[in-house]
Design a protein around this ligand. Sequence first.
Ligand code: SF4
Ligand code: SF4
Length: 360
Amino acid sequence: MINNNFCWIATWKVTDRCNLHCAYCDPSIMKRANEPETINRFEALDRIAAYKPRILNISGGEPSLLKELPGLLSRAKAVWNPYIRVVHNGTGPQKLAEAFPYIDRLVISVDGPGEVNAATRGLGGDAVLDRIAALINSAERCPELMINTVVTEKNIDTLKRFAAQLAAVSPRIGLGLAPVMPPESELSVVRERDGYRRFLDVFAEIKSVHSAVTHDFDCLLRHKNFRKIQCYNQYFSVHFSPRGELFTCGASLGSQLRRTDRAYGKILKKGGLKKAFTMLARAVNGRMGRVDFTCRNICGCESWFDMLLLGLDTEYAPIALRAFKGRLTDEDYTELDTFVKKHINANFDAAKFKRIVEGL
Ligand code: SF4
Ligand code: SF4
């Protein structure tokens, strides 16, 4: 562990540039595709290599804008051989072809069929599916493909049609459905708890036309209070800036204090002195080495991992967990077992976890 964090799953936001202008993206942090960005990413990769994350998520911005991406991924594979997932916005998966030998899973974000994706991302969903079909037909070696769709009130009723279109391209391409964040927002289909029942009905319909569909709503729905959740994967996952600077959600004292700082500003504006005191107490607790899993930001990322640690069943987790295959040592399993039993779940079944990872 480094700073109380296993660093098993890392997300490297390789660039702040993007060639789309999605309706929900923050323009203050996302640069245009042609804006200059002077970063030595090989040096950044060397910083990341020191942590040896077993799963390396490459996100952005848009990773396909980087000419050096194949070289970076090739070096990562040569130095510590992580499982590599690349997230792409659908504008041109063939542009990543040179990097395919080093990509284990290519995740393409699509919000729904034709007009639905066009409305949010300015790029027709059908056009993305056409590009994927062309890719499958032309590429000699194509990584495992997965479509990631965030479910909202705006697209939920179009997803069966989208799934049928995807099945026509290839029944093997996975379709992962995730709830929009924050879960209590206007667009969320689970803003009211009974929305989950409606979602499950829609999900069953989707599954009837495309069996390779899965969802991770259950990871979220296990929380009674959406505003304050217990997130365990924060002790296993880290984030890196384009320059390879490390960020954690809460596992290190530095992160806790940064988080507290931000919250402090908001609270003082509202005058909630009692809340401020509670935040301060949490920061001090962190200093004392106590493990605090609470999160108020709620990203939903890697929440499948929590389910495994809690021993809860979900379709999604085993699919993702296989990425660790051959990448965890006996020492890793022992360390995991000790940490989880002490802090998360006294009945944690490390042998079952290992069996799923190794496909035994
Ligand atoms: S594809 Fe992603 S990074 Fe690019 S504009 Fe859309 S949400 Fe933002
Ligand atoms: S839910 Fe919160 S603590 Fe967990 S990974 Fe997301 S931001 Fe970090």
